[in-house]
Design a protein around this ligand. Sequence first.
Ligand SMILES: [Zn+2]
Ligand SMILES: [Zn+2]
Length: 123
Amino acid sequence: MRCFNHQDKDAVGSCKHCGKGLCPACLTDLGHGLACRDSHEQAVESIHTLIARNSQVQRMAPKTWYVVPAFTAFMGLVFAGYGMFSPRGPVTFAAVLGLGFIAYSALLFVVNYRAFRANGAQA
Ligand SMILES: [Zn+2]
Ligand SMILES: [Zn+2]
């Protein structure tokens, strides 16, 4: 690949913003990527900021993977407990509903935990 601005020079890299091949005289190394000197530094910098922010969000999200399953399990225990130990005798539909919630929460635990592990985060 040749430099976009200098057809007689070899490109050593390409701008992260526009993808043009650039020789050392035409590029700026921003540390995380290359940019056209004096024209695309700002654009490449903002791409980098955007990506950094996105990966930060992905790192934050898995910390709450257990909230919904735990809440579902809690609801299940409340319903099942009420259904089985109601002072007015067993309430079948509540017990069944509670057990259903518990089974569903176990499923959520497994699914969410797998997604959480797949993100590469540490437990
Ligand atoms: Zn460029
Ligand atoms: Zn050049």
